[in-house]
Design a protein around this ligand. Structure first.
Ligand code: FUL
Length: 414
């Protein structure tokens, strides 16, 4: 059966979806001012990390199983973390390394060292830049900043276009996206212009279920806001979701005496099940402090979270795969199961529309759960059941399902 009418991901989208976990780093002028949204008037003199060590950030990301990193090269306050030629409002005018430092460079180098793909956030909204009110002049300015970032720091995995503050503002997206395509054709584009990744629609780190990967009109659920109207033609139909969320409650930047806001492990696990477990990527934000280091308390909870995920999901009780709408998972001996993982081979599109899972009990199949979307990954928690065999039945699909993982776990035993 052909599948010409099915939306398919690009090679880069498949790679990106396989990352699952991203490490978001908000660091900049705000870090030194106990604030979330600077208005662009804070003096560059304030930016002076005493022990900045991007290797510490990336080492932690690696150790905790994160697979890509996105750094705020410029937040809404307009302060640039790199040696830009576009403005004096940057590390160049700060006392840090006597104005010779470049946080973007250091972070890109550390990512290269630890083999973590590196991405950048460049806020379109700029509260410092005097030419912001002049559309043409600011488009030039922004395009130059983007060009610097995309040409001087090696491969860029993702460009994060934040819509905040840009309501009713038009930017020259044709030109901006043209720059991304020219210099970093493999980079994923978040949220604006001609996105290849969509925002999930909240900052809680969770995706709804189902969270379909496509924006085809025939898909059962659309989760797009008005923003879609401003996207350029050529925006792909396959558009996976990214869930962004701060580790510290609602704080994207570091603040003093804020450790109590670090999310509990239970909360982080819930977020994981509802983001990665719904087939989306999770971009979890950390906050280097005024030293330029991720504080001990944050590292500890991230590592604890990572260890639980690894312990729970590294060794399935049983695992199988198949190009079929019916798959049996043989556990050999009777075991208790409380979680099932399903994955489709998304290179061939999202084919499953509805499924049920049954367990073998008293010589017959008994339904234990059901679902709709599988896509890249579905982690499904179920009422614990003791069984020797599970069966997946895809009851609705558009083309023959390609299931690359049907596995089961007892997460309480780990
Ligand atoms: C929002 C911003 O306003 C926040 O400060 C943060 O950068 C978050 C990721 O996106 O829109």
């Amino acid at each position: 059966m052909g599948n010409n009418d099915l939306a398919l991901p690009s090679k880069q989208q498949v790679t990106w979806q396989n990352f699952e976990l991203g490490f978001y780093v908000h660091f900049g002028m705000n870090t030194f001012c106990d604030q979330e949204w600077g208005d662009g008037t804070d003096s560059p003199n304030k930016f002076n990390p005493t022990a900045l060590d991007t290797r510490q950030w990336v080492r932690l990301a690696k150790k905790a199983g994160f697979q890509y990193l996105v750094l705020t090269a410029k937040h809404h306050d307009g302060f640039c973390l790199w040696q830009t030629e576009t403005t004096e409002y940057s590390v160049k005018s700060s006392p840090w390394k006597r104005g010779k430092g470049d946080v973007v460079q250091e972070c890109a180098d550390s990512c290269a060292e630890f083999d973590i793909p590196f991405g950048i956030y460049l806020s379109p909204w700029d509260r410092h830049e005097p030419c912001y009110n002049n559309k043409e002049a600011y488009d030039d300015f922004y395009c130059q900043q983007l060009t610097e970032l995309l040409t001087n720091y090696g491969p860029i995995v993702e460009v994060w276009f934040d819509g905040a503050g840009s309501e009713n503002r038009e930017y020259d997206w044709e030109r901006i996206i043209g720059i991304v395509k020219k210099y970093q054709p493999d980079a994923m584009i978040f949220n604006m212009g001609q996105p290849t990744i969509r925002w999930v629609g909240n900052e809680d780190g969770v995706a709804p279920y189902p969270c379909w990967n496509t924006r085809e009109t025939d898909s059962k659920i659309s989760m797009f806001t008005d923003q879609e109207a401003s996207w350029l033609s050529g925006t792909p139909k396959w558009l996976p979701a990214e869930c962004d969320v701060p580790l510290r409650g609602e704080h994207w930047f570091w603040h003093p005496n804020d450790e109590h806001n670090i999310r509990s492990i239970e909360n982080l696990l819930d977020i994981y099940y509802r983001s990665v477990g719904h087939g989306a990527n999770l971009l979890l934000n950390v906050t280097p402090d005024m030293r330029g280091l991720i504080p001990e308390a944050d590292s500890k909870s991230l590592l604890k979270f990572a260890k639980i995920i690894q312990d729970r999901f590294t060794n399935p009780i049983a695992q199988t795969e198949g190009e079929t709408s019916e798959l049996i998972l043989n556990l050999v001996d009777e075991k208790e199961v409380d979680t099932v993982i399903l994955k489709e081979d998304i290179e061939h599109g999202e084919r499953v529309r509805q499924y049920i899972i049954e367990s073998w009990k008293d010589n017959k199949w008994e339904q234990i759960c059901e679902g709709t979307a599988i896509g890249h990954k579905r982690i499904q928690q179920i009422e614990p059941v003791k069984t020797k065999m599970l069966r997946l039945r895809v009851v609705e699909y558009n083309y023959e399902p390609k299931i690359i993982e049907f596995s089961c776990f007892n997460t309480k035993s780990s």
